[in-house]
Design a protein around this ligand. Structure first.
Ligand code: PGA
Ligand code: ZN
Length: 428
């Protein structure tokens, strides 16, 4: 038994300069492990609650001293002496200590910090990498990165309503080659933007965030950048979108308020995605419809689902019960997995299991507010997700995850495969 002997919480900063929770777990053996919790901006309505102090005299109310306090008090009391190798029981105990459905009393940020720090401490005790602690296998598959190079919506101060335009380097045999190709494309994009007189300042996830002519212009810019970097659009690098459309859904209508002010119905949105899938090497659209527009999702999934990976982020919020309900309703064909939307490693793994059973793809994801924590890189490898979403190839908190994947690929040598086109087979 590897018993938990201590938990320490600390208020640290995330990539937006907002406070977040760091937890260090210590086991009786002396092994330690730390985790830092991320934070979203375009959050789903049904996400687990991130506990903030709401004390206006500190960080504009965004302090996390209460959550940090719970780590070293209530949560430590609840799990002291528990076996860190029994993640499921540990997470059940953490949930029970909170006692609410949305983890709002103790805070999902405090709970997730403990859940992940315990896993890390256990991996350290066994002297194995985290991915191996999560899944012990002979061979592993490295995920295709979905690299967010153009930002709009809640993640940028520009006139683009759609939140993310991503490069998907699926036509390579190695993760490191794929990462090089998208990084080169990111730099060609920068050169193209500069030539056009556009800003090359970056948004929260490291993508460029210029003022553009339309919501569609990023598609043309990405195709141009892929070509200019010496790659073939669709063959080497495809495109994915995160519309984050819950953010611009108002009383049954999609309102493009940041760009041209136009208003669209679900059917209009569906037609737009279909026409973009025809005109561009678009392979995946996340939150193509609002979390409230189940009708739109239900109607569009059979129409668009054979051409496009339709990813539910705000729609499913990594919540096993909500996800199951969504599957029963026929919504989408893929789920975005964000640990802090649900708040424990165990429930996250449950969602992944539900996805596998129901033939939904699953994408391990960062949040727009991040830290140098690299847990999601190991999680993507351990679960064979085939896809990871962790921002652009700049900004340290994003490249930390890519660099961790490079490290894993190098360490595994011949025992590492690259998911490549296999991850998207249904849509190719
Ligand atoms: P968020 O954005 O972390 O701000 O929610 C990421 C996403 O929507 O996928
Ligand atoms: Zn999203």
């Amino acid at each position: 038994m590897s018993k938990i002997s201590n938990l320490e919480g600390l208020e640290v900063l995330d990539s937006r300069g907002n406070p977040t929770v760091q937890v260090t777990a210590t086991l009786e053996s002396g092994a330690r492990g730390s985790a830092r919790v991320p934070s979203g901006a375009s959050t789903g309505m049904n996400e687990a609650v991130e506990l903030r102090d709401n004390d206006r005299t500190r960080f504009g109310g965004k302090g996390v001293r209460k959550a940090v306090g719970h780590v070293g008090n209530e949560l430590l009391d609840a799990v002291r002496g528990f076996d860190a190798d029994d993640q499921q029981r540990l997470d059940e105990e953490l949930r029970a200590a909170d006692g609410t459905v949305n983890k709002g009393r103790i805070g999902a940020n405090a709970i997730l910090g403990v859940s992940l720090a315990a896993a890390r401490a256990m991996a350290n005790e066994k002297r194995i990498p985290l991915y191996r602690h999560l899944t012990d296998a002979e061979t592993y598959t490295l995920p295709v990165p979905m690299v967010n190079v153009l930002n709009g919506g809640e993640h940028a101060d520009n006139n683009v309503d759609i939140q993310e335009f991503m490069l998907v380097p699926l036509g390579f045999n190695k993760f490191s080659d794929a990462l090089r190709a998208v990084t080169e494309t990111f730099h060609s994009l920068q050169a193209i933007l500069t030539k056009k007189g556009y800003s090359t300042a970056v948004g929260d996830e490291g993508g460029f965030a210029p003022r553009l002519e339309s919501n569609e212009e990023p598609m043309q810019l990405l195709v141009g950048a892929i070509g200019q970097a010496g790659y073939k659009p669709g063959r080497h690098i495809s495109i994915a979108i995160d519309a984050a459309s819950s953010e611009f859904y108002e009383q049954g209508t999609y309102v493009f308020s940041q760009s041209d002010g136009s208003r669209r119905s679900s059917d209009d949105m569906s037609k737009m995605w279909a026409s973009w899938a025809e005109a561009y090497p678009l392979i995946s659209v996340e939150d193509a419809f609002s979390e409230e527009d189940h009708g739109g999702w239900r109607k569009a999934t059979p129409k668009l689902g054979s051409k496009l990976q339709l990813v539910g982020d705000d729609l499913f919020v990594t919540n096993p019960a909500i996800f199951k309900q969504g599957i029963a309703e026929g919504l989408g064909n893929s789920i975005l997995i964000k640990l802090n939307q649900i708040g424990t490693l165990t429930e996250t793994l449950q969602c992944i299991e539900i996805a596998r059973t129901n033939e939904y793809t699953y994408i391990i994801s960062h949040r727009s507010g991040e830290t140098s924590d690299t847990t999601i890189a190991d999680l993507a490898v351990a679960t064979g997700s085939g896809q990871i979403k962790t921002g652009s190839t700049c900004r340290g908190e994003r490249t930390a995850k890519y660099n961790r994947l490079l490290e894993i690929e190098a360490e595994l040598g011949d025992r590492a495969a690259y998911a490549g086109r296999n991850a998207f087979q249904r849509w190719l």
